[in-house]
Design a protein around this ligand. Structure first.
Ligand code: AGP
Length: 592
């Protein structure tokens, strides 16, 4: 969480910092700040709230050419101006922005306090600023001070550091939190990901763990462990700044929901050439030879894997799905030859990075499926599958889920060289298009749901996996309490929650469980619930509330999930909420 930017340019840096921070505000948005060299002094400006508030508060003209910026998701200390970054060291020699968490910050802070340091904020970041200052006092060299800081503190950090005696340089350091350098015509830049730099840089350097260095107008210096200088290796990115355009949509979430069909199409085009699957042959061999597939993921990505493991089992593979933060502390595989599939839209999720270090010790093959090329999880895996979903800006994941489930269906199809999945996904694309064209009915249902305090989603089998995802979507952006249950579990307790007019949304996609599911829905209806049935056309009853066109049963969630996404969107709209940036959340969850 938290986003950082920095830049040394031949043009005033203010706009790069502000516009750049806006593009990574999805990483956290409870406070924001920048520090800009104005003559010899680093001036710090901070607000509690959004980058836009900071923009409005700042003078339009700030002439400084060198600066750093931050958008925060609070970990240490409440969201406030004092806790907002940048933080200065005691004497003001260093000003820093930080993404990450310092695990031993209390011990380090106490040691500094014994040496006479005092602190204004509750943050671990102010502690780092003072560790660097203390080290500088002993070494008289900023690189050495940073290098020593990296052995003094334990935890994750991406840092951009201003040193008041060198107003034309930004220092940086990185461990377990992402950081990139961008080189452009007008200078060198730093950021947590590509987005802030797309308009100012065309060549990029990925900084790895335990690396540190500096950028100036026309120079980049990097050092690795043991303080050896490193060669600067540039790469390009296919991401384009236009990907951030709203194209007339009022919110990114709505735009991204309606990109579902094009996401499926792009995946098919990337992984099937009309005759055969295009997955890496060595990776396919390893999957085929594995005696267990272990899926690891969080949140929406976990829900996608629940479906994926069903596809893999159907294709003959033993497979298990675990929530990453649980598996990390209780790792398990029943196999001797395990393939671990790490599913992550961002590729930076801390719980998964923890699992990665555990899985590496357990032996086996690691595959990352991600939407983010060059991300930490991708760089550390034996193989990476990209989701090609394009940038997903809204914090609530929509099109990435669709891409994740589709990618797993393709991979499972490729296991037995079964190309019928291609026609099946084409049917999905047509059905999704039809839901997009006819989603007005969902708006009406959203009006009813928006006034409620509790909403329940029911499903059996793969519909239960879908129910979990729809429930998560609703709660994360509407703040309505919501839960998902397997239809059959209801009588074992949850039915006690049903009151008059409680919305209960039931999914029906499987002929095998249809009757049982309809009985469950009758049971809650008899207790006053307002039942909303979302069914597949082949199983639909005339009174069902929303009927989706044909798609093969095992892929039906790729169509019905649009119902859940639209419902959450329109409920949040009706409640007047910030749809793309819901409270307390961040898109890239880089702390455990
Ligand atoms: C999705 O709407 C959520 N915001 C969240 O559950 C997300 O899926 C989860 O944090 C995992 O993120 P990842 O896919 O980037 O690893």
């Amino acid at each position: 969480m938290c986003g950082i930017v920095g830049g040394v340019s031949n043009k005033p840096i203010r706009n790069y910092l502000i516009e750049g921070l806006k593009t990574i505000e999805y990483r956290g948005y409870d406070s924001a700040g920048i520090a800009v060299f104005n003559g010899k002094k680093a001036e710090i400006y901070k607000v509690r709230g959004r980058v836009e508030d900071l923009d409005n508060k700042l003078e339009k003209r700030i002439d400084g050419l060198v600066g750093i910026g931050h958008t925060r998701w609070a970990t240490h200390g409440e969201p406030s101006v004092i806790n907002a970054h940048p933080h200065a060291s005691k004497s003001g020699l260093f000003s820093i922005v930080h993404n990450g968490v310092i695990e031993n910050f209390r011990a380090v802070k106490n040691a500094l306090m014994e040496k006479g340091y005092s602190f204004l904020s509750e943050t671990d970041t102010e502690v780092i600023a003072n560790v660097i200052e203390e080290n500088y006092r002993h070494t008289g060299d900023v690189y050495k001070a940073i290098s020593k800081m990296m052995s003094d503190v334990k935890g994750s950090y991406a840092l951009a550091i201003l040193f008041s005696k060198e107003p034309d340089i930004i220092y940086f350091a990185k461990n377990r939190s992402p950081l990139l350098i961008g080189r452009g015509q007008n200078g060198n830049f730093l950021a947590s990901d590509y987005l802030p730099m797309l308009k100012v840089a065309d060549q990029f350097v990925t900084i790895s763990d335990y690396q540190y260095g500096s950028i100036s107008l026309d120079d980049i210096k990097m050092f690795g462990r043991n303080d050896h200088p490193l060669p600067i290796v540039f790469h390009e990115t296919e991401l384009k700044p236009e990907a951030l355009d709203l194209n007339g949509y009022p919110h990114y979430m709505l735009k991204e929901i309606e990109e579902a069909d094009s996401c499926v199409k792009l995946l098919v085009d990337n992984y099937y050439d009309g005759k055969s699957f295009l997955f890496d042959k060595e990776m396919m061999r390893q999957i085929k030879e594995a005696d267990n597939i272990v899926f690891l993921a969080c949140g929406t990505s976990y829900h996608a894997c629940l479906l994926g493991s069903r596809f893999f089992r159907k294709a003959g593979k033993i497979s298990d799905v675990y929530i990453a933060s649980e598996w990390a502390y209780n790792p398990y595989t029943s196999g001797k030859k395990t393939v671990y599939i790490f599913m992550s839209q961002s590729g930076e999720t801390a719980d998964l990075i923890h699992c990665l270090s555990v899985a590496k010790k357990m032996d086996g093959t690691i595959i990352t499926i991600t939407n983010t090329q060059g991300s930490t999880l991708s760089r550390s895996a034996d193989h990476t599958l990209l989701l090609y979903a394009g940038i997903e800006v809204a914090v609530a994941s929509t099109k990435a889920y669709v891409a994740q489930v589709s990618a797993l269906a393709l991979l499972a199809g490729a296991l037995n060289d079964d190309a019928s999945v291609i026609a099946d996904l084409e049917a999905v694309i047509a059905a999704q298009q039809s839901v997009i064209d006819n989603h007005d009915k969902i708006k009406n249902l959203a009006s009813f749901v928006s006034g409620k305090n509790d909403v329940y989603f029911l499903g059996r089998g793969l519909d239960y996996d879908l129910a979990l995802e729809c429930s998560l979507k609703l709660k994360e952006i509407t703040y309505i309490h919501s839960e998902a249950f397997p239809g059959g579990e209801l009588k074992h307790g949850p039915i006690a929650l049903i009151e008059k007019d409680t919305p209960v949304i039931g999914f029906i996609s499987d002929a095998k469980t249809e009757l049982a599911m309809r009985s469950n829905l009758h049971e809650v209806e008899a207790r006053g619930a307002r039942v909303i049935v979302v069914s597949s056309i082949t199983l639909a009853h005339p009174e069902d509330d929303f009927v989706v066109p044909y798609a093969p049963k095992y892929l039906s969630s790729l169509v019905k999930v649009l119902f859940g996404q639209y419902l959450a969107y329109y409920v949040a709209l009706k409640r007047g909420l910030n749809i793309d940036k819901p409270r307390n959340l961040a898109k890239s969850v880089t702390v455990e």
